[in-house]
Design a protein around this ligand. Structure first.
Ligand SMILES: [Zn+2]
Length: 161
């Protein structure tokens, strides 16, 4: 059995159950949006999601897109990242697979952290009386590029005074 296919079916089932439990309609649009989201590997904005859907010749209104992403966040199938840049950024929840990110306070650039020790720490954390749905760690700081730009700016300032 195709593993990816069974994960996809499981996700669709979870969304279906969520919609049923909340007396919400199971529309073709909602499931098309879910499918498009699960084709994206990594972080995306609503604009990027709209582009992907229209490339696949599937047109949904911005309102439907916003509403559905909100529902998917509530259903624990989608993460809305708390980054402080302009547009909201989303990412599908990858089961219990931990994800960790570095976020630059200055340019808001986001980088996936590939640290085995951090991964292991998250993997082995099993709290009592708490059912984990997903694991995400954010590390905030200043990226190398911003650090260098700031350094250069300071150097030029000192030269002029
Ligand atoms: Zn930066």
């Amino acid at each position: 059995m195709n593993d990816n296919k069974s994960i996809r079916e499981n996700i669709r089932l979870r969304f279906q159950q969520f919609l049923e439990a909340n007396d919400l309609r199971q529309t073709r649009e909602r499931f098309a949006i879910l499918d498009a989201i699960y084709d994206i590997d990594g972080i995306f904005s609503i604009e990027e999601l709209a582009d992907i859907l229209s490339e696949g010749k599937f047109h949904v209104s911005r309102a439907t897109l916003y509403n559905t992403t909100l529902l998917l966040v509530q259903a624990n199938l989608l993460i809305r990242h708390p980054f402080s840049s302009g547009a909201a950024q989303f990412e599908r929840i990858n089961g219990l697979q931990p994800r960790s990110y570095q976020v630059c306070n200055n340019c808001h650039r986001i980088t996936l952290i590939k640290s085995r020790s951090l991964q292991t720490a998250l993997d082995t954390y099993h709290p009592r009386s708490f059912d984990i749905t997903h694991r995400i760690v954010y590390v905030y700081g200043i990226c190398g590029q911003c650090e260098r730009a700031l350094h250069k700016k300071l150097k030029n300032k000192n030269k002029n005074t």
